[in-house]
Design a protein. Sequence first.
Length: 404
Amino acid sequence: MATAAFLPATAGAGDLKDADAWKKGRAIPRPCKPVKWRKKGVVLRPEEVIKGKFIQNFNSPAVPLGNGKWRIWFSAIPEKPQTFNIGYAEGVPGQQMDVQLAQLSEGTPGPGGLSIGNLPAGWNPVQPVYIQLKNGRHRLYFWAHGKGVVRFLAAESENGQHYTVLTPHEPCLYHPNDRAVTFTGVTASGQKVTAKSDTFKRNNPKPAHEKDAPEHLICNDATTVYQLADGTFELYTVTLMGLEPGDPRWARNDNLAGFIRVIDRMVSKDGIHFTGRSRVLAPDGNDPEDLQFYNLNVTYTDKGRVGMLGHFRCKDQTMDIEWCYSRDGIHWERPCRNLPWIARGWPGADQDSLCLYPATGLVPFEGRWYLFYTGCNYTHNHKVTDGDATSMIHLAETASIWDV
């Protein structure tokens, strides 16, 4: 079947020259052309990890280990609903890799190769964001899904193997569906939060010791965290802006019909308590009506921040990676809004034909740049598939991410 086009077929490198940023005389660097990326194929398949068809490294890092080996963090989505888990695969991409799934426990971390302790029973982790902190310790962020719980947690480790969740009942962020979210209406950041049903409240009571979620910490998922050169942290996450009935941006085929996704930024001294929420990216009048921003994943370079923006077309439910740029993490330029940075695969031939979801960031290593990404042959709402629906982890690389 034909995949929905991200762009008119005539789009090309000339669009960069005519982009608003250059018309206004802003001297921002130019990205490498999409044809400079070389796809290396699938590097991790779900059957190598779990009994199921879906695995992803969306918002998760890949770390080079040397001698051609990598550690690729991932989320595993087994066939049984709501039994997510996280882990990593180690080895040479394209060869058999060793897999470590997290051993979960309510008490102290277990003895396994990767374990997470102080995680309440029934809370399942997904979308791991790993950071080796400047103090030498290891930090692991993830969304935890459980009965009445959808929250963004931080865990820490001395050895990078055995992690302890820091404060499971006072998380870094809350999803609107979390039991601790009692706020209803529109938050100061513009997030629209609807009231929970009486059935939900009855079936998912909030423990007496658990505080109500502060409204500035309520967001959708798709979150990335980075430690900056000065030791502080910045976080990018998705906010759900409510739409009025009749708004042309209302997408009834989307799982969040009546909302539009935009990107917010927050900061923190310790990477646990986040404040200073601000809007940094939202579609504007030069964008298609059905465009939403699903994620912002950032790479820090000597030329500034390179962003991989989740370019989500609600009408067709397709996902692409759009290049964007910032000097400070607050003001972002989108000169390439008419050009996908990584091409989707061919329908019927490739497993990344309908949606691409990037890792936490790009990785420079031994003179080349690497991008591990999740490729899907189904639309975001799973209503259109290009064969048997599956998601896999792919690799693309380029000699330079700049137009040199």
